[in-house]
Design a protein around this ligand. Sequence first.
Ligand SMILES: Cc1cc2nc3c(=O)[nH]c(=O)nc-3n(C[C@H](O)[C@H](O)[C@H](O)COP(=O)(O)OP(=O)(O)OC[C@H]3O[C@@H](n4cnc5c(N)ncnc54)[C@H](O)[C@@H]3O)c2cc1C
Length: 469
Amino acid sequence: MEEKEILIIGGGPGGYVAAIRAAQLGGKVTLVEKEELGGTCLNWGCMPTKALLRGVELLETLAMSKDFGIQVGEVSVDFPRLLARKDRAVKTLVSGVAGLMKANGIEVVKGQAKFLSPQEIEVLDEQGGKVPYRARKIILATGSLSADLPVSGARGPNVIDSNGALQLTQVPESMVIIGAGPIGLEFGTIFAALGSRVTILEMMNQILPNEDPEVASALERSLRHFKIQTHTNCQVQEIREGSEGKRKVLARTEKGDVAWEAQQVLLAVGRKANFDGLELPQAGVRFHKKGIEVNEKMETNVPGIYAIGDVTGQILLAHFAMAQGTVAAENALGHEARLERRVVPRCVYTLPEVAAVGLTEKEAQEAGYKLKVGRFPFAGNGKATILGERTGMVKMVTDAQYGEILGVHIFGPHATDLIGEAVLAMRLEGTAADVGRAIHPHPTLTEPLMEAALDVTGEALHIPPPKRG
Ligand SMILES: Cc1cc2nc3c(=O)[nH]c(=O)nc-3n(C[C@H](O)[C@H](O)[C@H](O)COP(=O)(O)OP(=O)(O)OC[C@H]3O[C@@H](n4cnc5c(N)ncnc54)[C@H](O)[C@@H]3O)c2cc1C
């Protein structure tokens, strides 16, 4: 049986980053991947969706061209070409990861891995060959799959998940999306902008149920620009055949039972940890419904076996998987690393975007803080006005006693890029004054963050002063 020092199962952002970090620290690394390097993120998640969104952004920019005195001819969408560009972008990124594996001396084995015992793995290759390996340290990074919706008809025709949405070859005339989390809203924006009539149904009482209600309701209003209809407090009961080959979605709402018909139904009701075929019990690795149990060092209950990324069921985001991957690799190589999960950004790629880090105002209140909150609208920002993208705001939640930033919530242009500054400020335990007094470049979209920080003490510069006395 071949002996390996560090064996990683799964080549998504968790697994491939763990592989690079382990190699940097001098480890001899083998990475087993059954499909393509890059995992969900590069092949079915973060990247292909953003490639489609880039096309949608271009459409939106072209729609503004008249305002700028620029005449363009009739604008139309060539969906197959948009898909082809998305595929090329994905291919470039996947081969980039393959290049990084090679450059770091990481051995990549193609095949599906399963446990034979705590130290033994068997890899089933594409030709049906079975190769056993023994490894000193094993890192599990097998990711997640779309969660099922437990209602009748959820596996019927024209009912797809996010992978199915990325395989559509035509823009559907209409689409009902079940779930108004980041994935549902992202696809809603893409298909509505490309011409679908989109309806989004959400079981909870707001879209983006985990985000600040102010941000969620501002986003909800702006989705109307794409004629997206949203319905909250809406519990889907059944999906069945409708008229003219459409699907009919029946739901219980506050107003009674309601039905919607659409050509496609997209299920975006979350993701579930994937340990399909891994045979975890053979290794004695403890797991529950949400994922594999790990401590802050990414150790499972079995010495020498670590788990990272979506399969741990903690925060199902690529950057979190990468951070976990780094920690696991360092511990596997004998270093002492712990995951810090106080400051993890969350991004929603709508137009405009949403991004947040830390606590919402309500969460901070519930945690017992006395708060001071600052806000600043993008309408008060020069750069946003120049860009013609004035919708949105920055909200900063701080602890009234020391001014420490507890949470930042952005809805507006390039929110997902802008949140990086808030991440750093919070990581350094910065205060509103630190951000408010830091000289920000002008004119940029970063200034609203500085202004929201100044607004914490009522000192924002580019909005009318608050009423005093
Ligand atoms: C539509 C969509 C959009 C998303 N957008 C974003 C975004 O914008 N930003 C963000 O941060 N996150 C986003 N995510 C989430 C992100 O994709 C995941 O959090 C991330 O990919 C998790 O990384 P991972 O390494 O844990 O797992 P994965 O990326 O899922 O990789 C797991 C890998 O393991 C392989 N594997 C599984 N079992 C075995 C086995 N037994 N043997 C060998 N190989 C195996 C799989 O083939 C896969 O390649 C999105 C997800 C979706 C679905």
